[in-house]
Design a binder for this molecule. Sequence first.
Ligand code: 6PG
Length: 237
Amino acid sequence: MKLHIHKTKEEVAKQVAKYLSKLASDKNDIHIALSGGSTPKIVFQELASHYADTIDWTGIHIYWGDERCVSPTDNESNYKMTADLLLSQISIPDKNIFRIHGEAQPAEEARRYAVLLERVVPYFNGRPQFDLVMLGMGDDGHTASIFPESKTLWNAPENCVVAVHPISGQERITLTGRVINNAREVAFLVTGTGKAEKVREVIRKEGNFGNYPASLVSPSPGELHWFLDKEAAAGLT
Ligand code: 6PG
């Protein structure tokens, strides 16, 4: 596990963008699953403004770790957020973008995406292996769209499953542990004081860490990175 702690979330974003750029320069064909939520926005803006012309985007294949079951034009859509802030600002071929169809029937889409991953993402350990899975962590310790209330989804035999947000009831499509933990690299991106307690519990394996899906992230073949600002890392010092 590698901790990358930086003063501000802006600095975190710069470092994550640099890390992604290095991944892209080290290997000319990489498959990356992006996270949703608000934290990655600042990274996508950094990539759009400083790496549009320095990264060869034709060698980058973009997927999502999870998606809300809404239309791609809905402001809740992780795809829409990524398209607005990043994909529309860089020259990446459409064929490199593997959107989860939030508008489709959830169970059917989970099956479709699971088959797509088998077909397009390189294999390792008998399952799809991403070069990088980017993850956020919710205040409740969820990651991707695996929530504490339905933590068992993490061990589902499928690559993707349908999850339900415990408060809003919103349906989500999410990758499961068999794919996330098979990645060559996993990078958590967590900022803000609201996450500090959970970050401490998960990283130090203290308190109720066992209840949090984020504590199940442990890429066996790969490296786990935590990109944190000082606020989110406050419980670690
Ligand atoms: C989503 C995300 C989710 C997110 C966390 C953190 O679709 O919402 O994939 O797992 O990463 O909820 O969200 P914030 O970055 O907004 O705190």
